[in-house]
Design a protein around this ligand. Structure first.
Ligand code: C5P
Length: 334
């Protein structure tokens, strides 16, 4: 049997259909109640044996991805080999090639997606054979969104977002993503949300007041979950929510126009994705998604658009020969 020389994993972007943010915790993170939803905008991560560890990035926003030890895909590979053989140095390195379609620092968890793909691909390359729950444990240590990128679909996230439980969903949902110029820093958006909370009720970050765990105060939105179970896009659209949205709009006021434009064109819901600045619009069907995408492009409220479907599967190995360099699946532009 020939040894494996290259393994490619494909991994989706996510939007948050609900993002309820509690007060900041002692570890600097915020307790969340979120409903993650993976969409068909994919990055691909290819791993090959090499003398030493390295990472290269091509595609959307490639220049903004760090290539040093802070790269999340490299950290994922290191964490996996440490988990497989604690304290033992790997005999060979790994060359990681990331082909990006998910914009960087856009509220779509692209970096977390790359880490999840690296876990899945290296698990195969090195024939470690960890199960998805075992990979999920490693993922949780890498970042709040990495666990979800592994499992994909639609899921409720608690804690920092790493405690993930799949949700029942009927049918599929047609989304338009509007990509903005430039990035938003996730920590800065959370900090801005803390300041807004402090201004609102005086119980923001570091005020020392009694800290109510968010999951004691908030549940996943039952109307949203019922709409997803029923396959009712109109009700899903009505029940989208994002506590980070006011903060993102404060930092990037132009996004208000982008959201308003989508609503004007009949979007069932229009929301900032995660910490932004990407905006996500729910359409009635494929035809309506195309109309919204064309209209948004025409109004100039965004840099570019993509039409995607959700829910999409989590990180999976792409069988050899099925990888197309020029056209990754999903995420068709208008
Ligand atoms: O875990 P990850 O590196 O993706 O998180 C990026 C940043 O987002 C964190 O450093 C933190 O500032 C913020 N964050 C948070 N609470 C969460 C998730 C993320 O404050 N539950």
């Amino acid at each position: 049997m020939s040894s494996v020389t290259a393994v490619t994993a494909r991994v989706p972007a996510k939007v948050n259909l609900q993002l309820t943010v509690g007060p900041v915790r002692p570890d600097g993170y915020h307790d969340l109640v979120t409903v993650f939803h993976a969409v068909s905008l994919y990055d691909e991560v290819t791993v090959t044996p090499a003398q030493r560890d390295s990472v290269t990035v091509t595609g959307e926003g490639a220049g903004e991805v760090p290539l040093d030890g802070s790269n999340l895909a490299l950290r994922a590979a290191a964490a996996l080999s440490e988990a497989a053989a604690p304290g033992k140095r790997r005999a060979r390195g790994v060359a990681i090639r990331i082909r990006k379609r998910i914009p960087v620092a856009a509220g779509l968890a692209g970096g977390s997606a790359n880490a999840a793909a690296a876990l899945v691909a290296c698990n195969e390359l090195w024939r470690i054979g960890l199960s998805q729950p075992e990979l999920a444990e490693i993922a949780a240590g890498l970042g709040a969104d990495v666990t979800f990128a592994l499992i994909g679909g639609t899921a409720v996230g608690l804690g920092r977002g790493e405690q993930v439980t799949p949700a029942l969903v009927s049918g599929s949902y047609h989304w338009v993503l509007a990509f903005a110029d430039g990035a938003l820093s996730t920590p800065e958006v959370y900090a801005a949300a803390d300041r807004l909370r402090t201004a609102r009720d005086g119980r923001g970050a570091g005020t020392g007041g009694p800290r109510k765990p968010v999951d004691a105060a908030h549940e996943p939105d039952s109307a949203l979950l019922a709409a997803l179970r029923a396959g009712d896009p109109a009700a899903v659209g009505r029940n989208l929510s994002n506590d980070l949205q006011p903060a993102a709009l404060g930092l990037r006021p132009g996004l208000r126009r982008a959201l308003a434009a989508g609503r004007e064109f009949g979007a069932l819901g229009a929301i900032v994705s995660g910490s932004g600045p990407t905006c996500a619009y729910l359409a009635r069907d494929a035809h309506h998604a195309r109309e919204i995408a064309v209209a948004l492009t025409g109004t100039g409220v965004c840099r570019s658009v993509a039409r995607v479907l959700g829910p999409a599967p989590g990180a999976v190995i792409v069988p050899a020969g099925q990888r197309s360099p020029s056209r990754l699946p999903g995420g068709g532009t208008n």
